[in-house]
Design a protein around this ligand. Structure first.
Ligand SMILES: Nc1ncnc2c1ncn2[C@@H]1O[C@H](COP(=O)(O)OP(=O)(O)OP(=O)(O)O)[C@@H](O)[C@H]1O
Ligand SMILES: [Mg+2]
Length: 347
């Protein structure tokens, strides 16, 4: 725990990435790039939404680096990585004697982001009282250190990111609606990799060159079979997973190992244009296709029954236990397909 807190605090002042951002040629990404260029100049809060590993962090940095505040600091706060008891003082700072152990005065991240950008990563993890304090900052640009007597004014561009549906969190009463409206002035959706498979070859080539250089390895060749397999895979970990796969390929030089891992995790998508390439047995392929179809049916039924598992089990004519088992199984291989699912407690 101590190590993760330390790394969370250290990561607050990461320098801007030197790596290139590959937007590719998909419609969603071209639109995202154009939105980012437009929004960077306007001093409005931005909410970046997208699954884990899609590039929310890198997009937040891009917005900052294109903004008029680019010469100011970019301060990142990884909300879930800082324990609840520490996050308030990390964000707002404190005055001497504000609480036991406050021997001196300490500025918070908000103050340190003055004349720059404050990036609140995984904002949905902030608890309600802190959400209220943040609301004040967004309303009038002011905040108060813990134990402080007066409000301080700052000029900060707030960028938030989350891989959850904040709308669903608001509906569940876990996220303040007024704060949601404040941070959601501009909403940027970073698409999952599986929805932009046309961009995969460019990303593969980019990471291949990057890591061949970094590890001083001879550049390996991307075979057509490897590109096709990568384009069919559904990438639950998105670009981060693809990056790691290519990194392993650069080091190990064995595409078969990667193919093995991909097949275990998930069947290839059987779209209308699917062409059987003989890379796995027909029996295995069929079994995986059935599971894929089953996951889809369950997901649709859950949605139709407002994520109530008991009603869903009844509708599917299976036992509640069987549904739980299937969900668990699906969670292992298709966790991200269910990521839009709100918490299922208490149904
Ligand atoms: N468009 C892109 N071009 C090049 N590299 C990218 C791109 N998008 C993401 N990456 C790389 O993928 C990895 C994951 O990206 P990032 O950390 O920005 O994702 P994230 O959405 O913030 O993930 P998480 O939700 O887990 O925090 C990083 O190493 C990043 O450099
Ligand atoms: Mg991130």
């Amino acid at each position: 725990m101590a190590a993760s807190i330390a790394s969370a605090l250290l990561s607050n002042f990461q320098s801007l990435p030197s790596e290139e951002i590959i937007f590719g040629s998909s419609r969603q990404m071209l639109e995202l790039r154009s939105q980012i260029h437009k929004v960077a100049n306007a001093d409005v809060p931005v909410l970046i939404q997208g699954e884990s590993g899609t590039g929310k962090d890198i997009m937040a940095r891009l917005i900052h680096s294109l903004s008029p505040l680019k010469s100011g600091p970019f301060v990142k706060v990884n909300c879930p990585a800082i324990p609840g008891t520490l996050i308030e003082s990390e964000l707002f700072g404190y005055e001497r004697g504000a609480f036991t152990g406050a021997y001196g005065t300490k500025p918070g991240r908000i103050e340190l982001a003055n004349s720059g950008s404050l990036f609140l990563d995984e904002i949905s993890e902030l608890d309600f009282p802190l959400q209220s304090k943040l609301l004040q900052l967004l309303q009038d640009g002011q905040f108060c250190r813990i134990g402080g007597q007066k409000d301080t004014k700052v000029e900060v561009r707030v960028i938030c990111a989350t891989n959850r549906s904040l709308e669903a969190e608001v509906e569940k009463g876990k996220f303040r609606q007024d704060l949601f409206y404040r941070i959601n002035v501009v909403n940027l959706q970073v698409p999952p990799l599986r929805e932009r498979s046309a961009d995969i070859p460019a990303l593969m080539k980019y990471f291949l060159d990057l890591y061949s250089d970094k590890y001083n390895c001879a550049t390996r060749q991307l075979s057509p079979q490897m590109i096709a397999t990568f384009q069919r895979y559904h990438w639950p970990g998105n670009i981060r997973e693809l990056e790691n796969s290519i990194r392993r390929f650069v080091i190990l030089g064995d595409q078969e190992i990667l193919f093995g891992e991909m097949k275990i995790q998930r069947p290839d998508t059987l779209g209308d244009d699917f062409v059987y390439d003989g890379s796995m047995s027909l029996k295995l392929l069929s079994r995986q296709a059935v599971r894929q179809l089953e996951s889809k049916i369950i997901l649709n039924a859950l949605k139709a029954h407002r994520w109530n598992r008991k009603q869903t089990a009844r509708a599917l004519n299976i036992s509640y236990r069987a549904l739980l088992y299937k969900l668990k199984e699906a969670g292992a291989v298709e966790a991200l397909r269910f990521s839009e699912m709100p918490s299922l407690e208490g149904d």
